[in-house]
Design a protein around this ligand. Structure first.
Ligand code: CA
Length: 225
């Protein structure tokens, strides 16, 4: 059983899908427009999304790109066109699978079960967020305002650790133990990495935006308001 968001503007198709998924005891929510779906995905993350590519407000690939910019939720695109180029384009844009309309309930459920299995195997939510900063733990990618950051392994670990604990002070000792996995060491190591990280985030110790030093205690990643 999963929570599935069905994004489909055709009422007849939408109710058929909802009926089919409800019959399999999934909790189903629905949206008729891409922007409503995006709001739903960010406010109330589902376990999977069935995304119709022909929506009234946004082109299918645009809708998919926007979903991908805010979430790693498994997405199955539903397309009316059995067009290989189009399908490949969607998979490259971040779709997990596709269905060509009209599809049967069994086909839908088989595809859905497969993507749910894969995402559960990958384990829980894996994207951390603080303001315009996202840290994807599975892909080991961080972005700021949508722009990928080029980080070393240690910088990534440090950023991920602080983002997961946003808005609370993390002591140097904790960073040393948890990020460097050392029981002792000198503060300079941490300071040097913090200063590199700040530079990549486009900020500095004297004008911090995300990474704030708490004198004598440690560091705090603050979500800018
Ligand atoms: Ca449609």
């Amino acid at each position: 059983m999963a929570t599935v968001l069905v994004v489909e503007d055709d009422e007849y198709v939408r109710s058929a899908i909802i009926q089919e998924l409800s019959r399999r005891r999934h909790a189903v929510r629905s949206a008729g427009r891409a922007l409503d779906a995006l709001r739903e995905i960010t406010q109330n993350p589902p376990d999977a999304v069935i995304l119709d590519l022909g929506l009234p407000d946004l082109d299918g690939s645009e809708a998919l790109k926007m979903v991908r910019s805010v979430s790693t939720v498994p997405v199955i695109v539903a397309t009316a066109r059995d067009d290989e180029t189009e399908i490949v384009r969607m998979l490259e844009a971040g779709a997990d699978d596709y269905l060509v309309k009209p599809f049967s309930g069994d086909h839908l459920n088989a595809r859905l079960d497969a993507v749910l299995r894969r995402s559960r195997a990958a384990g829980g939510p894996s994207v951390l967020r603080a303001g315009a900063l996202t840290v994807d733990l599975n892909r080991r990618e961080a972005t700021l305002e949508g722009t990928p950051l080029t980080l070393t392994r240690r910088e990534f670990d440090l950023l991920a650790y602080l983002t997961a604990r946003a808005d609370r002070v993390v002591s140097r000792r904790e960073l040393l133990t948890e990020v460097w996995q050392q029981s002792y060491g000198d503060d300079q190591t941490i300071d040097v990495h913090l200063s590199w990280l700040r530079r990549k985030l486009g900020e500095s110790a004297s004008a911090p935006r995300y990474l704030h030093t708490v004198r004598g205690v440690g560091v705090m990643l603050i979500t800018p308001s």
